[in-house]
Design a binder for this molecule. Structure first.
Ligand code: NAD
Ligand code: IPM
Ligand code: MN
Length: 349
């Protein structure tokens, strides 16, 4: 029988609460097909840094590399927490993992499941996937500051876009569009202002499109795309976009499809040169942490993406079906994080 070896990083805030439920479901889904699941927990995040001073050591990174995949909860301190510099854990741990393990495809599906209330009056059928670039853009961290604290301060964050990085991401978007029924790809950028990066993206889409004659494609400036995400979200099938636009688009996409508690993601190394990492789109939600109020569905759907990536597509689909059933029957009920996890785990066993 098959065996899979997963590193688990629960993190901070609601991270451990939602990951406990995702692990329950992962255990049930693998046991049902006689797949041996080996889990190793890594304590990383803001609390771990406060206790040990480690953000992500070279040694821990090497240990993480030895796993087939990583299941990640959320990290980050509460906004008012002055003990932890803002961005320290996000940059030195989470982004360091995405960059070091070459997670260039940040895959974020958005689907409005039947029976799930949307804040939109007429949502229509929403089912698209955002293919967000994961290793470049303004996230690279090569900005700088001059004359800090003076009236002449200059602060820059430089967006890095390489031909190699844009092409592999766009190619992945077309590949995914080609596998979907509508076969449509939308590039979202802002080439009317960000002309250098924007034109690299646009040229790359035109070039790769020639290899996918069945896939139609269009372009939207990111500001207008946000209008359509609210007024006509069913027009989208596959969106390709850069790292920062993708971050913002996917929180709005989550909101229109029933909330951030349902939004899953994969940070995927499509070349399989390092383990991919699966995590809910949301953060550590300090406002509701420790109260069993967090919705574990996003983490559970992220575990499904993990199984799909490791070749267990049947069990991934089973989890998605269990979620689809669970969310359809939620209206009015208030359940704890663990009760939701128990119900979904029972349905996949
Ligand atoms: P957040 O996603 O943590 O929370 C935004 C809002 O959504 C909050 O009201 C929260 O209660 C709610 N929410 C989030 N997840 C939920 C769930 N599963 N069920 C129900 N409600 C949920 O975003 P934020 O408040 O901007 O960030 C908090 C911290 O998390 C910050 O330190 C930030 O840097 C970090 N963060 C980490 C990640 C990550 O680890 N991938 C992602 C985003 C933010
Ligand atoms: C996300 C988060 C991260 C991002 C932060 C915490 C670095 O917002 O996963 O969406 O911006 O990618
Ligand atoms: Mn985000």
């Amino acid at each position: 029988s098959k065996s899979i070896n997963v590193a688990v990083i629960p993190g901070d805030g609601i991270g451990p609460e939602v990951i406990a439920e995702a692990v329950k479901v992962l255990r049930a889904a693998t046991a049902a097909v006689d797949t041996e699941l080996s889990l190793t927990e890594y304590k990383l995040g803001a609390e771990h840094w406060l206790a040990t001073g480690e953000t992500l050591s070279a040694e821990t990174l090497e240990q993480l590399r030895s796993h087939d995949a990583i299941l990640f909860g959320a990290v980050g301190a509460a906004p008012g927490d002055t003990r932890i510099p803002s961005g320290l854990i996000e940059r030195e741990m989470l982004l360091k993992l995405r960059f070091s393990l070459d997670h260039y495809v940040n895959l974020r599906p958005s689907k409005l499941y039947p029976g799930v209330p949307s804040p939109l009056a007429n949502p229509g059928a929403i089912d698209f996937v955002v293919v967000r670039e994961g290793t470049e853009g303004p996230y690279v961290g090569n900005g700088g500051a001059l004359r800090t604290g003076t009236p002449h301060e200059i602060a820059t964050e430089v967006s890095v876009n390489t031909a190699h990085g844009v092409e592999r991401l766009v190619r992945d978007g077309f590949r995914r569009a080609n596998e979907r029924s509508r076969k449509h790809l939308t590039l979202v950028h802002k080439h009317n202002v960000l002309v250098h990066a924007g034109h690299l993206w646009k040229r790359t889409v035109e070039a790769v499109a020639a290899e996918y004659p069945e896939v139609t494609h269009d372009y939207l400036h990111v500001d207008a795309a946000m209008i359509f995400l609210v007024t006509d979200p069913s027009r989208f099938d596959v969106i390709v976009t850069d790292n920062l636009f993708g971050d913002i688009i996917t929180d709005l996409a989550a909101a229109v499809t029933g909330g951030i508690g349902l939004a899953a993601s994969g940070n995927i190394n499509m070349d399989h040169t390092a383990p991919s990492m699966f995590e809910p789109v949301h953060g550590s939600a300090p406002d509701i942490a420790g109260q069993q109020k967090a919705d574990p569905t996003a983490a559970i759907l992220s575990a499904a993406l993990l199984l799909q990536h490791l070749g267990l597509a049947g069990q991934a689909a089973r989890i998605e079906q269990a979620v689809e059933h669970d969310v359809a029957t939620r209206a009015g009920a208030t359940r704890t994080t663990a009760e939701i996890g128990d119900a979904i785990a029972a349905a996949v066993s």
